[in-house]
Design a protein around this ligand. Sequence first.
Ligand SMILES: NC(=O)c1ccc[n+]([C@@H]2O[C@H](COP(=O)([O-])OP(=O)(O)OC[C@H]3O[C@@H](n4cnc5c(N)ncnc54)[C@H](OP(=O)(O)O)[C@@H]3O)[C@@H](O)[C@H]2O)c1
Length: 314
Amino acid sequence: MSVFETVAHRANNALIRPRRVPLPWVPSLADRVGGRTVLITGASSGIGRALAVRVAAAGATTLVVARRADELDVLVREIHARGGVAHAIVGDLSTDDGIDAVADRVLAAWGPPDVLVNNAGRSIRRSLANSERRLHDYDRTMRVNYLGAVGLTLRLLPGMRDRRSGYVLASSSIGVQARLPRFSAYVASKAALDAFMEVAAVECLSDGVRFGTVHLPLVDTDMIGPTGWGGFAPLSVDQAVDLMVDALRRQPDHIGVPLGSLAATGNRWMPRTARLLLHYFHRMVPESSASKGLPSVDGIPTDPVADTRKGAEL
Ligand SMILES: NC(=O)c1ccc[n+]([C@@H]2O[C@H](COP(=O)([O-])OP(=O)(O)OC[C@H]3O[C@@H](n4cnc5c(N)ncnc54)[C@H](OP(=O)(O)O)[C@@H]3O)[C@@H](O)[C@H]2O)c1
């Protein structure tokens, strides 16, 4: 292993843990969401699922959205068994009809939610060198990560603005802060979402609706399951949910981990050095097996067009 690889692994592993600052005066999660309605997209697995359990335990009516009805049903039963309240809304946020169906159901049954967590997402790890005829990668990441979140927000926002309260939170990625190589489709879709959230925050400032973005580092979910990330240790799902809960409690514009701040600062103030380091990183991290057309490690289909549920191409 090269010195650069060792330093990169150590930097990641030391700097992706969120800073722990005790904030006793900040409202608890129960203060923020107890008795309120929280809609979480991408709740059938990973971070969204664990966040739904946490939010329901804090007393929220939790609306969980994803395509897999069976996984959502298991989640809703689990929450009910713990004494919480949850409802499954099955829908595909990558289509206009799917977004409308979810929004119509939510507005008819519960009205605009108090908190909307735009967490549904998919990732693709593929270098530009292997993307010559793969515009569809950019299309499908945009459809879920950007248009899915924007479409749902546009439908639910008017009611939140009329009510003059609400918080919209987005699951973004440290990849945006770092400009992570091999993730151009994914990073661009999340960067677009970041920009939308910032403009929305400006427009809605006097309406009582706030917007926040979480720049998550590598997290140990299905999304990274089929990938070799070598010595890069991910956050656990619980640690990632701690970040999301911190955001729901403090309702900041942005929340992330030290490595993301370091990467953003480097890109801002030392762009050439940052680019050189990222280029080394690009050469160090291999293409995912799926993106090279090889069978993925756990047998997940690697059809380049099929929207396989797991992030087989991350
Ligand atoms: N894991 C990481 O390292 C990492 C790092 C940075 C950011 N993030 C972000 O964190 C969020 C959660 O990801 P995760 O790591 O928890 O991955 P995950 O376990 O794969 O969860 C992704 C969720 O998105 C849902 N989803 C995907 N496509 C959808 C569609 N078309 N319509 C509705 N729902 C859809 C999936 O549900 P169905 O398949 O049932 O539809 C699933 O519930 C994503 O936005 C991701 O980009 C993750």
